[in-house]
Design a protein around this ligand. Sequence first.
Ligand code: PHE
Ligand code: ZN
Length: 881
Amino acid sequence: MQADKNRTVYLKDYRPTDFIIETVDLVFDLGETMTTVGSQIRMRRRPGADPSAPLIFDGDGLALSGLALDGKPLLPERYDSNANRLTIRDLPEDGAFTLTIKTRINPTANSQLLGLYRTNGIYSTQCEAEGFRRITYFYDRPDVLAVYTVTIIADEKTCPLLLSNGNLVEEQRLDDGRHMARWHDPFPKPSYLFALVAGDLSMIEDRFKTMSGRDVTLRIYVEHGKAGRAGYAMDSLKRAMKWDEERFGREYDLDIFMIVAVSDFNMGAMENKGLNIFNDRLILADPETATDDDYARIEAVVAHEYFHNWTGNRITCRDWFQLSLKEGLTVYREHEFSADERSRPVVRVEEVKFLRAHQFPEDGGPLAHPVRPTEYVEIDNFYTTTVYEKGSEVSRMIATLLGPEGFRKGLDLFFERHDGGAVTIEDYLTCFEEATGHDLTHFALWYHQAGTPVISVDSAYDEEKAELRLTLGQKTPATPGQRIKKPLHIPLRVGLIGPNGDDMEASAISGGAHRKDVLELTQDEQTFVFEGIGARPAISVNRDFSAPVRVRFDQSREDRLRIAGAETDLVARWDTVNALALEALVRAAENVKAGQPVTVDAGLSAVLVATAEDETLEPAFRALALALPSELDIGREIGANVDPDAIHTARKTVIRAIAETGCETFVRLATGMDTLSAFSPDAASAGRRALANAALALAAAAENTPARASRAYQAADNMTDMLAAMRVLAHQFAGSDEAEDALSDFRRRFAGEPLVLDKWFSTLATVPGGQTLERVASLMGDTAFDETNPNRVRALIGAFASSNPTGFNRPDGAAYDFFADFILTSDRRNATLTARLMTAMRSFEALEPQRRALARKAIERIAGHDDLSRNLRDIVDRMLK
Ligand code: PHE
Ligand code: ZN
């Protein structure tokens, strides 16, 4: 990870390789500390390439132990090699040859979890984005597609299972207690989709019949003893396969599809062809150990990785600048799947919350970058919410502009034209243009311009003319390296709500293009005129969150209350309720800071209580309304000179007041959970639990005693309810006997369940207040904590740094120092993980001056070390710029 320390890679420098790889034959002889990798590569010179050009392969920390060309060992004067590069000169005239490369690697020493690594007795690989070069020298880039045959040799006792991509073609027992398996993947693929797994695991198996009648074997591999927890992932997989056939006409293409769950994994999951590798927290679930949120995540990620088989694998990226081509589109497909499987508006609200909590701050901070960046220092640092979630929003906007049929037509053309290709975002957009006749030239700016647009709204109603004039403005704030911003092509879905709460329909709309109720904003400012509007409507802007923008609309309170009570678009309705609460919380924080009393107006409490009680709304939606904006949400809304302690006090006071007003309702809803029958993870049941648990937090706040939550903890018969009750105890009644009892009971009960203990670590790490630092520091010594395991690190250190505003931002800066120390040690072990962890501090400039200065000092201390990984160096340098 130290290679070419300060290289910057530019999109404009893209050029194809001089040579084409046809086939790759890999032979792995697996040994714990010494694995040899033999690679036989059939190549030819690309037509038109310079015949004198050398062959230059990537490597990363490799040791070369053999090199031959067409079977003959290569003389030293024909090549140069170091750990990070292999250069071969004077290649055969006719340009066709076979290269044989031998490397030696140590999977046990691989703490980066990139390349081939061995943890817990399991060998597994992670090659995206540039991990294959840690296995052997290669063209480790996504536009080099080859057909792979993989032979794995290993000890039969410790590694009865030998897996790679594609189909198993041969198995053999060898004499010395070892055995071998050979896999062949007929689909040409880039190196980042290569995978190998070896070890001893349990498995569950199922089958799926595809739309054309082919039988596919489905297997999920998990640690021994955990097979009973893989059922929901399997069920999700089958539903995802069916959905992709029905919704997008996409059929699976191999005879077998495998998923392996591993416990040490840097990210969520990986779409390797035919052999997905997952972080086990995104596979394993049963009612006793997984929450409803876990179930929903598992369903979504299993689907996401499966959907990559077409969007990512069959059609891949030309270069890593195009990452959103596969990730943005696949997230969009995943979101649509969740919406179809669950409640569409609830799923959408959750997406909006996520975008605002993660992508907007990224887009508004020092790490902002376009969905398609033009340069990077370390590609690992670009697996961001901008590339993923904003990229998804951009595809969603295309669907909004073109309509569902237009979107499907464009995507069909994309699959037909580019199957087997490594393509660009332009190629993607061209398909929609050609399939529908729409011009997306202006729209394409969404990929290239960073920053979250701010939409201003102004309205004027003329009763005599029955006319509404809506003036929309847009402005995108400057971002690093992009000072001047142009207006974007923004689809804004707008609703007009009449005095009786009904939707009003305009007889005509002028002032710009529109598709039904979707206005197309293309200029800095535009006035749309709605005719035939008989009464002054309440205007609902950005229904269904049709565009990833902020809206500034100085709307009357009556209009907002009308929307909060009657809007049929539930996303906009939630948004208004949430905005009213957020405003009250911001005002309260200002009051606390100014030493003034906090007051909560009755209107807000009334809206929340009414929403909670409204039986026409689904429970999951009511739960969302009751989950008031978090301290982090409030801090982001304030945006500058943020004082986390004032926010904490304000929020507590406001919640207490609301809870007291609606106490009876919340108590009733909270006790509703006792009457729920046997656990089922479906969305409706999960929604009922979510409502009961949101109500529990409020009822407990009103009663101001831990008794109710303590009873709920003891009565809980599933992890969702148990964790919810424990969090109420730990966060609202920190230090009480009830809280400590529940926490130690939980620790004892799940002593052998690392994934469950992650919930315990996170709960403790997010207890508000300055004393949590000491607790976190001592938890690092807990026998269940393991600083080499990414899930443990994220659960404890990650949760503390990113989700505990009062604890992490202790006024004395001690938590920043603690974090900086951790970062510096962790960086040597696992650079990818550490750089991601570091982004928790990206918004430090928004803090009040004293904390801001202390935070800066801690970041500068990290930056002052000259032996940082490229990953961490890139992040801290951009943060300090
Ligand atoms: N490509 C994976 C996904 O989003 C994410 C990932 C990236 C995993 C890099 C590991 C390493 O589906
Ligand atoms: Zn993905």
